[in-house]
Design a protein around this ligand. Structure first.
Ligand code: GLP
Length: 267
């Protein structure tokens, strides 16, 4: 796992944007795994700007979102499909048919999850998966105790996650307690993984993910097993890391190496 620590959330977004642009330059028909939550919003804004300047095109790309609330129709203002349309898809040159978000309005959730897995497989698999991080260490909606070998399925949200996400819902508005989410193994099959975390409220989860034992108690800790995972943090999110100075040193050395040879994705 490569750990990149930057000064602030804006730099985190810029680094994420550069990674996406590089991915699409290398493979214009990339299959991209996308995430919701507040963390990726700045990255999406930068990608929209880059698209407007002609620095990136999504015209051949395919996307799969991590998760969706079960019980919300795609046009519901709090659905993740709606979020993705407003925050990214409506502003880039992606083909609508190539964007996928689990169907939260399905009345056969098990089938919908199986179909989602098949669609990912039929697309050739995810080249680059973007992740945020829950305060309890979840990725997608894979809450603590999720099977590390799980595939796309229905997951019940923890009280903590429901509370964390309540800010997006109006008072008294129906807030789902169930979700459809890619499984942990689904995520791990992506060829590359990019996780972004910012802010001090993520510091504990970041420490568990990067330096804790691999455990279903912190689902994100499974990323330690991925060969091409990069975790990009701001200083606040990194503040509880024991080896913070070491990660900074490694990145300094990486920068020197990159000046001498073409950059490669980290191991
Ligand atoms: C939700 C999403 C996750 C996301 C997490 C963190 O629970 N299902 O994919 O990573 O929130 O969100 P935020 O970036 O708003 O902290």
């Amino acid at each position: 796992m490569r750990v990149v620590i930057l000064n602030d959330a804006q730099q985190v977004a810029t680094t994420g944007k550069d990674i996406f642009i590089q991915q699409l330059a290398d493979k214009p028909d990339s299959v991209l795994g996308l995430a919701t939550g507040s963390t990726p919003v700045a990255l999406y804004q930068q990608l929209i700007c880059a698209g407007q300047k002609g620095e990136v095109s999504f015209s051949q790309a395919t996307t799969f979102n991590l998760d969706e609330y079960l019980g919300l129709a795609s046009d519901h203002p709090q659905s993740y499909r709606h979020f993705m349309q407003k925050q990214l898809f409506d502003h880039i040159d992606i083909q609508a048919n190539n964007t996928h978000v689990p169907d939260g309005s399905t009345d056969s959730a098990v089938q919908a999850c199986e179909d989602y897995e098949h669609s990912i497989a039929n697309s050739g698999g995810i080249d680059l998966q973007l992740l945020g991080l829950g305060r309890n260490g979840h990725i997608g909606f894979n809450e603590p105790s999720s099977s590390l070998g799980s595939r796309t399925r229905v997951k019940t949200l923890t009280q903590e996650t429901i509370k964390d996400n309540a800010r997006f819902f109006k008072q008294g508005e129906f807030q789902p307690k169930l979700s459809l989410t890619m499984g942990i193994e689904t995520i791990m099959q992506a060829r590359k993984i990019l996780l972004l975390a910012t802010g001090s409220d993520k510091a504990e989860a970041v420490r568990a993910m990067v330096e804790g034992a691999i455990s279903a108690s912190c689902p994100a800790s499974i990323l330690q097993m991925h060969r091409n995972a990069i975790v990009v943090l701001d200083r606040d999110a990194a503040q509880q890391l024991d080896r913070l100075e070491f990660y900074l040193f490694v990145e300094q050395e990486n920068a020197k190496l990159a000046a001498q040879q073409p950059a490669s994705w980290p191991g």
